[in-house]
Design a protein around this ligand. Structure first.
Ligand code: ADP
Ligand code: MG
Length: 520
């Protein structure tokens, strides 16, 4: 029997939402509509959980189940640790960089999806808008180690806004909004919180202001529920089930489930067995909301600040868009309704919108590379100020000299002229940081730029220009020139905590079986 084969060599447009707790993959169908792909288990959402089981690395649902009995062998919420040198736990005596663990997650997604749609390598991966440069680079590296070619890194709220625009029919020239639409994207996921004010102007998606917290999400709500249940248990049996990591892991899973129950019911019961005692602890929605009010208040505070950073009032916001699984909690919707005076919008699927937006962006990039016209454009801002560390001449203290303030439209570049301190100086070292604090110690060091082999015989105080360039995706490029000289200086931008290319290639072979390719 003859099989019908698609002979067109079209590259699929794939977007990946690499979430703290769940990851989602989307692909554009033939009509250009984003659809969510299912994993090998048949689920739309893959838990971003990794189990180290002897020589096997297991990702997803089975790893998530193992939290209940083998918590010591499970990596959870790894995305929260991106930018650190290693994940905090060790597995069978080994510690891994967070981006390596993330690569295992991405590799599972690649393998699962390629059995359905055939092999693919070009993808767009999303990151919280509030991710700094170091975390963005780590995400790109994770993609590389998983055998991908990451075409771009896209901010999650921008992706959600694009999915929203698609849903509203704005992608067609005749469906575009007549006046600019301003939307506030409130994204509360499992481990991170992000809020961004976006403006849709014709075909342009423009970020106006962004803020967030990479240490705040549904996971924190879970922990509060664990505490409530543990306290109930202690009152009855004078024993704390959180003391045993295995029991604590099981309790967390039960509480995460009970939290979902509390989104639809007024109370939920959690069973807990410890030291031969057992209890069924009932928690009401009211108790749960009271115990987590401060977490919600933090998101409220950030939301208000972001709106004022965008110099807008609520009356100028057309929609409040809810993204992320945790926005299903009634307390979130209620708070935003009170704050904004508007009914929050859930027209985009809370868990899938980000992946859908990423697939639409992937489609756009592929179209552009084939010379086809773009259906929309993205304008982004930087989420952290960029600075270089200098010494205050008066106090002699180190300080952060801000070059590009946060919320500046991207791409942007800034030039800083440094001066040699003595005659015939050979090299200069520049420390580059991101953050708002005047003290460099309270900022994130992105890397150190060393300028070597300066032309010989430069006088003292000779100018050296360093050009910092933020690309639209928030990644940084550094270039150095010596004015009035065509000497090519050697610069090396050594990134803080970044894995060297040989390590990336080694992990890429180990995790994905793919060979090394060109990669910056
Ligand atoms: P991330 O992108 O950070 O991985 P998601 O957007 O997938 O996160 O959201 C996952 C979070 O949403 C988890 O903390 C999960 O417990 C929570 N969540 C999902 N559904 C519900 C619900 N019905 N009620 C409350 N929380 C929920
Ligand atoms: Mg998310």
């Amino acid at each position: 029997m003859a099989t019908i084969r698609d002979n067109s060599e079209t590259i699929p447009a794939i977007g990946i939402d690499l979430g703290t707790t769940f990851s989602v993959v989307s692909k554009l169908d033939r009509a250009g509509k984003p659809v969510t792909l299912v994993n090998a288990e048949g689920d739309l959402l893959t838990p971003s959980v990794v189990l180290f089981d002897g020589d096997d690395v297991i990702v997803g649902r089975e790893a998530w189940k193992a939290v209940a009995g083998e918590a010591d062998s499970v990596a959870l919420c790894t995305k929260r640790e991106m930018g650190h040198p290693v994940y905090h736990k060790n597995f069978q005596g080994k510690q891994y960089p967070p981006e390596v663990i993330e690569a295992w997650i991405l590799n599972k997604l690649r393998r699962d999806m390629s059995t359905q749609i055939g092999p693919f390598s070009k993808v767009v991966v999303t990151v919280p808008a509030y991710f700094d440069e170091v975390r963005r680079k780590a995400t790109q590296d994770a993609g590389y180690m998983a055998g991908f070619e990451v075409m771009d890194i896209l901010n999650e709220p921008t992706a959600a806004a694009i999915a929203f625009g698609y849903h509203e029919g704005y992608m067609n020239a005749d469906g575009r909004p007549e006046r600019p639409q301003r939307i506030l994207v409130y994204d509360l996921g499992g481990g991170t919180f992000d809020v961004t004010v976006m403006e849709i102007r014709g075909d342009r998606y423009i970020a106006r202001a962004t803020d967030g917290d990479v240490q705040l999400g549904g996971y924190d709500w879970d922990q509060r529920l664990v505490d409530l249940v543990a306290e109930g248990f202690i009152r009855e049996h004078y024993a704390d089930p959180r003391e045993d990591p295995l029991i604590a892991g099981k309790l967390w899973r039960e509480c995460e489930d009970a939290k979902r129950t509390l989104s639809v019911r007024g109370k939920a019961a959690v069973a807990c067995d410890y030291r031969g005692f057992s209890s069924l602890v009932t928690v009401t929605r009211e108790q749960f909301e009271e115990a987590t009010q401060d977490l919600l208040d933090r998101t409220r505070f950030t939301t208000v600040q972001t709106l004022s950073a965008a110099r807008l009032g609520w009356e100028q916001i057309d929609r409040v868009l809810l993204v992320g699984g945790s926005t299903r909690m009634p307390m979130v919707r209620r708070m935003l309704q009170e704050l904004s005076g508007k009914e929050p919008d859930s027209t985009v699927a809370a868990d899938e919108a980000v992946a859908h937006g990423a697939a639409l962006h992937a489609g756009l990039l592929l179209a552009k590379s084939q010379g086809r016209p773009a259906t929309f454009k993205i304008k982004n801002v930087n989420s952290h100020s960029l600075g270089v560390v200098g010494t205050d001449p008066q106090t002699k203290r180190k300080r952060n000299g801000i070059l590009i303030p946060r919320n500046t439209p991207l791409p942007v570049s800034a030039k800083r002229t440094f001066r040699t301190q003595k005659a015939n100086q050979q090299s200069i070292l520049v420390q580059v940081v991101e953050g708002e604090n005047p003290s460099p110690d309270d900022c994130t060091t992105i890397g150190r730029c060393s300028v070597r082999r300066l032309p010989p015989d430069l006088p003292r105080r000779a100018p050296i220009d360093v050009l910092f360039q933020y690309q639209t995706n928030g990644r940084l490029k550094v270039r150095v020139t010596v004015p009035d000289s065509d000497v090519k200086v050697e610069t090396e931008f050594t990134r803080e905590n970044a894995l060297p290319k040989e390590h990336l290639d080694g992990w890429r072979r180990h995790i994905s079986g793919e060979g090394p390719t060109e990669y910056r």
